[in-house]
Structures are given as structure tokens and as C-alpha cells.
Design a protein around this ligand. Structure first.
Ligand SMILES: [Zn+2]
Length: 196
């Protein structure tokens, strides 16, 4: 994993700065064909490349949205992770359902930047990056990735009634033969190997 940090300090979510105890991880993907981190994370630090409508603004696209990290491509095409909120800040990534909101239930949320969802090389790189990021978070906050409801994607959060109705990442991972159970198992294996 290549982990950088650029907090979205102008985003109202960061400004509000509500504190939580991390209890889980929610995996998202962006739902738009733009694998470049610079689309979402800015201003350009020299590695990101420039994007003119990143999320370091009070309400990106007029919406209350903010996540803890993005995974995608640097300017040079390398896949990396940018942490964009302190891990113990309440994010705005899940919306809510009949049983509440994952945001307020302690879920760290990160986005994987989507491409056209047809590139196996890009998928393998961001999937591996996401496994390693999740393993890092599980280690940091003493979370068991195989425990019920600890590591989930947005669609699973919706099924559990704690997130809005979105398909991510179940519209993407299965195209390349991966389920969320595979993902959780690979996070566990990465932890067991001491690889984070
Ligand atoms: Zn999502």
C-alpha cells in the first residue's frame, strides 16, 4: 500500500469534526468513470495532478459528502491511497437506512475510484490496495474483518439498513470474480501474514 495524506480541510464534514470510535470499515466505489485521484483529492501536491472540482470544498457538487480515503491513480498512473479525513472523524459516506447510519455507527468509509469497470489490471491493483488499507485499519483499531458486519461494502450496508441504496461495490467486484467474502478473507490473510 502507498498511503499519502491530504485532509479535506475545507469540506464541512472536516470542519464539523465530529469524533467517533472506529468500529468498522465500509468499502465504496465512486460510480463514475474517472480513476484519477486528482478528481477527488486536492489541491495538487505534485503527485495527484490537478482536478478542478475536487472534494476539498464545503459541499462538493452541493452535497454533504466526505470520505476517509480514496484509492485511485496518481498523475503518473501508479495506484495509491490518500487519507482525506482523520480516521476517527465521522464521515459523510453512507447516508442512512431504517436502522440508522453507518456514518454515526463508527464506520470508516473509503472510495475506490472507478474506471470503465472493464480493466482487469486496474481492478487487481485497486482491489489489492483496498485489501491492504482495510487490513491496516483493522490492525490500527483492533477490528476483526471476519466478524459479522465489521467490513462491509455500501450495498451490504443498505441490506443491513444502515446505508442508502447504492450498488457499490457489488456491481464491480463480481465482474472480476471477487465477492465481499473473498475481500474479507484476504484482509484476514494479510493481517495474519503481518503484511501491514
Ligand atoms: Zn457508496
Amino acid at each position: 500500500m502507498e498511503l499519502h495524506q491530504l485532509y479535506l480541510t475545507k469540506n464541512l464534514c472536516y470542519v464539523k469534526g465530529s469524533i467517533m470510535t472506529p468500529r468498522g470499515v465500509m468499502v465504496h466505489s465512486t460510480g463514475a468513470n474517472n480513476p484519477r485521484l486528482g478528481r477527488y483529492v486536492g489541491p495538487d501536491d505534485g503527485l495527484l495532478g490537478s482536478g478542478n472540482n475536487h472534494w476539498n470544498t464545503p459541499l462538493p457538487g452541493g452535497q454533504q459528502v466526505c470520505v476517509h480515503a480514496f484509492i485511485g491513480k496518481l498523475k503518473d498512473g501508479r495506484v495509491a491511497t490518500y487519507q482525506t479525513l482523520p480516521w476517527n472523524y465521522v464521515g459523510w459516506h453512507a447516508g442512512g437506512g431504517p436502522k440508522g447510519s453507518a456514518n454515526r455507527l463508527g464506520y470508516i468509509g473509503f472510495e475506490i475510484c472507478e474506471d470503465g469497470l472493464n480493466d482487469g489490471v486496474y481492478f487487481a491493483a485497486v482491489y489489492r490496495e483496498a485489501v491492504e488499507l482495510t487490513a491496516h485499519l483493522c490492525k490500527t483499531f483492533a477490528l476483526d474483518p471476519l466478524a459479522n458486519g465489521v467490513v462491509i461494502c455500501h450495498a451490504e450496508g443498505a441490506q443491513r439498513g444502515i446505508a442508502s441504496h447504492h450498488a457499490d461495490v457489488l456491481h464491480w467486484f463480481p465482474k472480476f470474480g471477487r465477492t465481499m467474502n473473498d475481500f474479507r478473507r484476504e484482509v484476514r490473510q494479510t493481517l495474519d501474514r503481518g503484511g501491514v
